[in-house]
Design a protein around this ligand. Structure first.
Ligand code: GLV
Ligand code: MN
Ligand code: MN
Length: 420
């Protein structure tokens, strides 16, 4: 038994076993059993995961509530009246056919930190809140980071209500279907937030290659998501000569094929991805009259994100004179974000004290932490991802590393909540 203690009762083996049980259970709430986790926001799988998380929050002695977005909060009350809260958590939605750890690892870490508070009989001065956020991935309603953006007031009520999934179902209708109340309050006064801590899997190869269990995140890349709509003209696949076509799919394909070069020319690790493409009317013998595709652009430097947006727009304009109508809509834009320096030092200090090797790391993935960073003192921990894989059924992380991160977060949370 390698039990590490600094005054508090922390049994890493026990925590590790509970983490595995949480992750295994949550991974069964998938619409694609055997083909990874597919848990779209406000789906039946969301409902099952939500019920499990709420039950575990209650078992950890927390008072549970949901907001008008369906974010879940489990609160351990503070001894000081109306004090701001220390939030720990992540998201519990997934990409289509994703893994079991992207998001849930951080929610589960929050649950275990709260359980340690209760087991050690600690009373925080500032409330501790475990938080499970919706729609970070944007897999159902596009854009992403919806739970955190809504929580800090960056998503207007009207905009939230107007969002629809690919079947035309609105956010409000989807919430009602699983018994959620969209009329509950959404934005929260930033004064009620003292800090936000998030554990996440790295989703890349660095920690595994270095054989270091803990990454203390310094900064998160800037990113944007564009939706490009190409309009051409439908026609018969057999009778329309090749030189009389305005084929929306061929034009989209030509554009998309240029993105790798565009990203390489921009340099400094700039990445551009098209992961969604819809073709209309989607008939094998019909020339497509419309295509809609996503463009995800990321870089540690905002100027590169801006420059690629401009180039995508110029590329779109260049097809106008051959009869194509192309519009570019920006669904999400978020600048690169630095984590709070004091939280970074605190997390580093706790890792050192507990004897867990750590290093500084930057995040190429987007996270709810980048939204919270403008509103409260925010920090993140990463743990290694096997073979650097994520957004894949093969995504895997070691529950021992999650347990170690829980221990660090527990010690950090004691300090931030001034618990005794
Ligand atoms: C979330 O996984 C993102 O980086 O888009
Ligand atoms: Mn993700
Ligand atoms: Mn994630």
């Amino acid at each position: 038994m390698s039990e590490v203690q600094i005054g508090k009762n922390v049994n890493l083996e026990k925590i590790q076993a509970r983490i595995e049980s949480h992750i295994d259970t949550l991974s069964t709430y998938t619409a694609t059993p055997g083909r990874g986790t597919t848990r779209l926001t406000y789906s039946q799988e969301d409902l099952l995961a939500r019920q499990y998380i709420k039950e575990k929050m209650k078992e950890a002695g927390l008072t549970v509530r949901e907001d008008g977005l369906g974010n879940i909060f489990g609160r351990l009350e503070g001894s000081e009246k109306d004090a701001a809260s220390v939030l720990i958590g992540s998201h519990f939605d997934s990409v289509p056919n994703g893994g079991s750890y992207d998001g849930p690892a951080g929610v589960v870490a929050g649950l275990e930190v709260a359980a340690l508070f209760t087991e050690n009989g600690l009373t925080p001065k500032y409330p501790l809140e475990v938080i499970a956020l919706i729609e970070e991935e944007g897999s159902r309603f596009s854009g992403g980071l919806m739970g955190s953006r809504g929580l800090v007031g960056l998503l207007a009520e009207e905009d939230f209500k107007s969002l629809k999934d690919k079947d035309g179902i609105t956010t409000v209708e989807a919430m009602e279907k699983i018994g959620l109340d969209s009329s509950l309050p959404k934005p929260r006064n930033p004064k009620t937030l003292k800090a936000y801590l998030e554990l996440h899997i790295e989703q890349g190869p660095i920690l595994e290659e270095k054989n270091i269990p803990i990454g203390v995140v310094e900064a998160i890349v800037g990113l944007t998501q564009l939706e490009v709509t190409v309009k051409g003209k439908a026609g018969h696949a057999g009778t329309t000569p090749m030189d009389r076509r305005a084929d929306a799919l061929v034009t989209a394909a030509k554009m998309i094929a240029q993105f790798p070069e565009l990203a390489a020319a921009e340099g400094e690790g700039t990445v551009v991805t098209t992961g969604q493409l819809q073709v209309y009317p989607n008939g094998a013998n019909v020339i497509p009259d419309q295509t809609v595709f996503s463009v995800d652009i990321r870089s540690g430097k905002e100027e590169h994100v801006q420059s690629v947006i401009q180039k995508v727009k110029e590329l779109a304009d260049s097809y106008h004179d051959i009869g194509m109508e192309i519009t570019v809509e920006q669904l999400l834009y978020i600048q690169p974000k630095e984590m709070n320096k004091e939280i970074v030092s605190l997390l580093r200090e706790k890792s050192n004290k507990l004897g867990f090797p750590s290093c500084s790391i930057n995040s190429g993935a987007g996270h709810d932490a980048m939204v919270f960073a403008d509103y409260t003192n925010t920090g993140m921990l990463f743990i290694p991802s096997k073979n650097g894989l994520s957004h894949s059924p093969e995504e895997w992380s070691d529950s021992r590393h999650i347990a170690e991160a829980v221990h660090i977060l527990f010690e950090a949370a004691i300090e931030l909540t001034e618990a005794e």
